[in-house]
Write a protein that binds this ligand. Structure first.
Ligand SMILES: O=C(O)CCC(=O)C(=O)O
Ligand SMILES: [Mn+2]
Length: 203
């Protein structure tokens, strides 16, 4: 089933306020359970640089990075399998992905204070016909969208709590990143900050 059209920025589809405040609070409660079983950790890039986000995951695979490289792993760094993706999160995928396969990874990024994420492509997956679905919770984030090729102009927009975004079709491999969050712009997370969920088919 196709969702209502939403916004289209360079082929990226965006649904502002897709989740109601009550749905956001319920999802955050689900994610607290995930994080209790799979605690947030501080990832480092393959070159050894610490990332500014904290990270965990749910699903069959989690995306991780450390000295050994960027990759999907079936276990948290603590050796345990990742917890299942909460049903309410899967329901977002079903509503907007237009993809017959279920997501195999729900990456959970936690942005606090000056955390950011540089421009990058999501390209560690095997099947680029499946989209990437992203859910924003908590503080506003300045999201930057580039091009499918490296370089060129970029366009920025503020993502707010409850917004849903899809990188799919011709925009599946588009460069994107988060320049900064606006600390204190939301009260959803009790200790502040922003959580972004990134749903992906991995295999
Ligand atoms: O935080 C976001 O909105 C984007 C996160 C992202 O691009 C990623 O984790 O690959
Ligand atoms: Mn990404």
């Amino acid at each position: 089933m196709s969702p209502p059209p939403g916004l289209n920025v360079r082929g990226v589809r965006i649904w502002p306020g897709f989740l109601s405040p009550a749905a956001q609070a319920a999802m955050l409660a689900d994610l607290r359970h995930v994080a209790a079983a799979a605690p947030f950790f501080a990832p480092v890039t393959p070159s050894g640089r610490p990332m500014t986000v904290r990270m965990t995951a749910a699903g069959q695979f989690g995306w991780i990075t450390d000295r050994r490289g960027y990759r999907y792993e079936p276990h948290h760094p603590n050796g345990k399998p990742w917890p299942p993706i909460p049903p309410a999160v899967l329901a977002v995928w079903d509503a907007v992905s237009d993809c017959p396969r279920p997501p195999e990874c729900c990456l959970i990024n936690l942005y606090r204070d000056s955390a950011r994420m540089g421009l990058h492509q999501d390209k560690d997956e095997a099947d680029f016909t499946c989209p990437v679905v992203s859910v924003s919770l908590g503080d506003d984030a300045l999201f930057r969208i580039g091009n499918v090729e490296k370089g060129g102009t970029t366009q920025s927009l503020w993502l707010r709590s409850g917004d849903v975004l899809v990188l799919g079709g011709d925009a599946r491999l588009i460069y994107h990143g988060v320049d900064r969050i606006r600390p204190g712009s939301s009260t959803l997370l009790h200790s502040g900050g922003r959580i972004n969920l990134t749903l992906r088919v991995v295999t």
